[in-house]
Ligand binder design. Structure first.
Ligand code: ZN
Length: 237
């Protein structure tokens, strides 16, 4: 039996590294993306480019890369009042969470991913959630996703496994993982074609890729890249 996986693939750095991780491990890998009315919808446009460049540049992976699924979840944006789905400044809410938190987002993503996986006979659901240097989102917690896995499997009478390879590593280690998986060429692909910036800015290019450079997503990506580069330089003077 082949090991089949579905990667939650947004077009960002984390999910692109997760895609490479899955392509390294599993025999057949499909991708799913969600349009939830995010302000940085430009990330969705990065997805086909990334998939095309993986197919053309990484032969060992391209044979395993299966279908892509794009799900319309704009209803989530319509019922959410957040800085990711409305034109609002990014700030902390009274409950201590940043207003970039989209309530229910990852919970819904996995429910829809599970429904696709059920139909397509895919066993592993792979997501780039991370507890280490995340923005405090409760739906990125390991416990949340483990509980969700149990609920999904009970509800579907299935044995799906939620995989989160980035859960316990920081952003510098995510850069390193990309390098370990696909070398310099894959790292350049991440820099050139993935999108993290919450504001959807692709007009400015930095050493770590495109973005406004100041939103929380850009800061996390830039700081991780700096730390990763410093560690590399230290190892190879
Ligand atoms: Zn930004």
């Amino acid at each position: 039996m082949t090991d089949r996986a579905l990667v939650l693939f947004s077009g960002g750095q984390d999910s692109t590294v997760c895609l490479a991780w899955a392509l390294q491990r599993f025999d057949h890998v499909e991708t799913v993306g969600f349009d939830y009315g995010q302000r940085h919808r430009v990330e969705l446009a990065c997805r086909p480019t990334l998939r095309d460049r993986i197919v053309s540049g990484f032969p060992a992976w391209s044979a395993k890369l299966g279908d892509d699924h794009l799900i319309d979840l704009t209803v989530l944006g319509a019922i959410s009042d957040t800085a990711l789905t409305q034109d609002a400044a990014i700030a902390f809410s009274a409950n201590g969470l940043p207003n970039t938190f989209v309530p229910g987002r990852n919970l819904l993503f996995f429910q829809f991913a599970a429904a696709i996986a059920y139909r397509r006979d895919l066993k592993h659901l792979v997501g780039g959630m991370c507890e280490t240097d995340y923005s405090g989102y409760p739906d990125c917690r390991d416990d949340t996703l483990k509980a969700l896995q149990v609920a999904i499997n009970l509800g579907l009478n299935s044995r799906l496994a939620i995989q989160t390879p980035l859960m316990w590593i920081d952003k510098a280690a995510t850069w390193q993982l990309g390098q370990d998986l696909g070398g310099a060429r894959f790292e350049q692909l991440i820099i050139d074609e993935t999108h993290s910036c919450y504001l959807g800015d692709r007009s400015q290019k930095h050493a770590w890729g495109f973005g406004c450079g100041t939103c929380p997503a850009c800061e996390l990506r830039a700081n991780g890249f700096t730390k990763y580069q410093a560690a590399r330089t230290g190892q190879h003077p």
